[in-house]
Write a protein that binds this ligand. Structure first.
Ligand code: ADP
Length: 398
């Protein structure tokens, strides 16, 4: 069966077509500037040296999906003869609240449940739902599956997810920690178990998804028991532009001093903070490292603060799980930033964590980075959220 994976943002859309007999990617693509002037689709057929690019107005997600379907069935750069050859569609959906702890076939009831979660993810769930509606309109007979960023963390125990604020806010508004990046944490954890030749149920893992958005998860016996993101993706690690954990009193303090509204504070904490906020240089770690090499003190500080927070969570999760068997790095920074992995893993020998600096000189390739005498394995595993979505979709629709 071929599966189409759709990841719909507010003005962009990523897609992949996978052949599930071999789990190989047949094509992938990106639509940008949906609903904005200059809409464009960039489509890449696996094995083709040239990408297909078309600039054409796309007023909404339905028009964008129509172009995606055209691209994947196109006689020249397409990968299927007709849409009949797409057996199912898997949709990435950010927030399923407490409703789903695993992927589900999308029914009218599921759509209703996801609409109820819009208040929890007002920026993310509406475009995800728009993508589902667009596919439903254009491929009414193809089964669809929702794969949720929050689902994997639904196994967290209450002591991990309850905030110490009046309990009525949990009861009234479902304010609790949810966690995100679940598909990625699950993928790399399962892959780590495979590489180590162990049953995931016998392992304690710490997965570090370090991208522009970043989170760390403690996985005990195959289940997420804690993760650094919370009610929203703002909590936890320092990120590209997000503050991560801060004293909540800072919000009201800045609001008073600068005469800012709650929405403006939210914007500052989500878009102007993190390593960008500290450095004033960039949210991109490559730029920060270049600036740091040139002696930029604030870029150096931003990198140190980022590493400090990752180490902080690793230590906390080792305590929570009473040990760890492997620490896994993934996503843009985790897969590519050799220097950052060095700093995060340095001087942890007393915990049994010893990185091999030579083995660590690698980017984007599954590798064991720890020294042979390191009690705890350190691993680099590139994430593959699309494959995970396609797997869940295939398993629910085959
Ligand atoms: P997201 O999916 O959250 O947008 P990614 O996982 O794609 O993020 O990670 C993007 C980030 O990865 C970039 O902002 C950049 O900081 C970092 N990154 C990518 N390549 C490198 C590299 N070679 N060295 C250091 N950082 C890198």
């Amino acid at each position: 069966m071929n599966v189409l994976v759709i990841n719909c943002g507010s003005s962009s859309l990523k897609y992949q077509v996978l052949d599930m007999r071999t789990e190989s990617m047949l094509a992938k693509g990106l639509v940008e500037r949906i609903g904005i002037e200059g809409s464009v689709i960039i489509h890449e057929k696996t094995g083709d040296s040239e990408k297909f690019k078309l600039e054409v107005p796309m007023a909404n997600h339905t028009e964008a999906i129509a172009h995606v379907l055209e691209a994947i069935t196109n006689p020249e750069h397409g990968v299927v003869k007709s849409m009949d050859e797409i057996g199912a569609v898997g949709h990435r959906v950010v927030h399923a609240g407490e409703k789903y702890c695993s992927s589900v076939v999308i029914t009218p009831d599921v759509i209703k449940a996801l609409e109820e979660c819009i208040q929890l993810a007002p920026l993310h769930n509406p475009p995800n739902l728009a993508g589902i509606a667009a596919c439903k309109a254009l491929m009414p007979n193809t089964p669809m599956v929702g794969v949720f960023d929050t689902a994997y963390h639904q196994t967290m125990p209450p002591e991990s997810y309850i905030y110490a604020i009046p309990y009525e806010y949990y009861e009234k508004y479902r304010i609790r920690r949810y966690g995100f990046h679940g598909t990625s944490h699950k993928y790399v954890a399962e892959r780590a178990a495979e590489i180590l030749g162990k049953n995931i149920k016998d392992l304690k893992l710490i997965t570090c998804h370090l991208g522009n958005g970043a989170s760390v998860t403690a996985i005990k016996n195959g289940k997420s028991i804690d993760t650094s993101m919370g009610f929203t993706p703002l909590e936890g690690l320092v990120m590209g532009t997000r503050s991560g954990d801060i004293d909540p009193a800072i919000s009201t303090f800045i609001s008073d001093k600068e005469n800012l509204k709650p929405g403006e504070i939210n914007d500052i904490l989500n878009k102007k903070s993190g390593v960008l906020g500290i450095s004033g240089v960039s949210s991109d770690f490559r730029d920060l490292e270049t600036a740091a090499e040139d002696g930029n003190e604030r870029a150096i500080l931003a990198l140190k603060v980022f590493a400090h927070k990752v180490r902080f969570y690793i230590g906390a999760y080792i305590a929570e799980m009473n040990g760890v068997d492997a620490i896994i790095f993934t996503a843009g920074v985790g897969e590519n930033d050799i220097g950052m992995r060095d700093i995060i893993c340095s001087e942890l020998e007393n915990l049994g964590i010893k990185i091999d600096l030579l083995k660590n000189k690698v980017r984007g390739k599954e590798t064991i980075l720890s020294a042979d005498d390191s009690r705890i394995k350190i691993m680099l595993i590139p994430t593959n959220e699309e494959l995970m979505i396609a797997r869940d979709t295939f398993n629910l629709c085959k």
